[in-house]
Design a protein around this ligand. Sequence first.
Ligand code: MLT
Length: 389
Amino acid sequence: MFKIAVLNRIAPIGLGNLDREKYEISDDLENPDAILVRSTNLLDMEFPDSLKAIARAGAGVNNIPVDRCSQRGIVVFNTPGANANAVKELAVAALLLTSRDIIGGVNWVHGLPLDSDIIKEVESGKGRFVGPELYGKKLGVFGLGAIGALVANIATELGMKVYGNDPYLTVDGAWRLNHSVRRAASMDTIFENCDYIALHVPSTPETKGFINAQSLAAMKDGVRIINLSRGDLVNDRDMAAALESGKVACYLTDFPSAEILGMKNVIAIPHLGASTPESEDNCAIMAVNELIDYLENGNIRNSVNFPEVINRKHGDESICIIHYNVPNMLAQISGALSAEGLNIENLSSRSKKDMAYSVFEVAGSCPQPVVERLSRAQGIIRVNVIKNR
Ligand code: MLT
């Protein structure tokens, strides 16, 4: 029986994939095999030795101590693309809301005295809510992953000239892009040219605060900035100053802070990017399936801290080993298995930065003392044996 700690509301359609004969689901953290999480902050949480995996139903993993998990051999999964359409649709709304003062106009019209001549008031008052069209304007998109690519593409459909910047753009990512999306080789190309800037990068030490006094100064006057990604990408104090001076005509953020909330020309949304039933279902299904596949089959797909490795199940048992990406690990492990007379039928091994995951599919059964010896060997963090037949 596997124990899964579910720390937020995860859509029932995803939890329904967990066979209750094999999985116990609870919200307590006593010796879980895995955690399913959406927004709970796990950064300061102590993890028990039983914990093998954490799946985040969402793209960002800044509520999870990923480096600490790696050192403990805890595989962290996310659900790339599962909520991309929801965020893309909110981005379309954001482009329109930052251009046309729809919110100001709506608030004003709802406040009109009901006994006034509403039609006359509307026609005489509407002039102050004028805003520019998107058509023909330049949009810069930072980050061309699953979400950024959809935003870039739909903006071209709206007639915008789109520039994309992503130092980590993959070949698949490039294929997803509409051919008219231009490559901005440097961030400055976007800062200097674009009327609208949309942020779709994760929060990392590299990206934190990259919208700051210096980058804001490099932008066009009257730029409109959309942040549906993470609050800490933007230095809110510098943003407040840029709003005050009029450098930024409008800042729409899904991550309001006290520094920003009082400012004029801020549109603050309560983190609704992925809040659609469709996206919550997609994320839940993907996160749950990733956990099942890892716990039952040893497969890693969509992990942010370990490489993708698939257990082909060619042998009787698969010895799944999380280890550091250092010399001699495979020789050491295969030596220990061969010494027991175990034939390695298939070996899959890949690394991601300092970490590696290797699956040794063997004929026969690995004796428990050997598993324990391997678990204690230098460079090895965790060993998990999966019976294939
Ligand atoms: C994400 O990282 O994809 C979103 O923050 C998901 C969410 O709203 O929970």
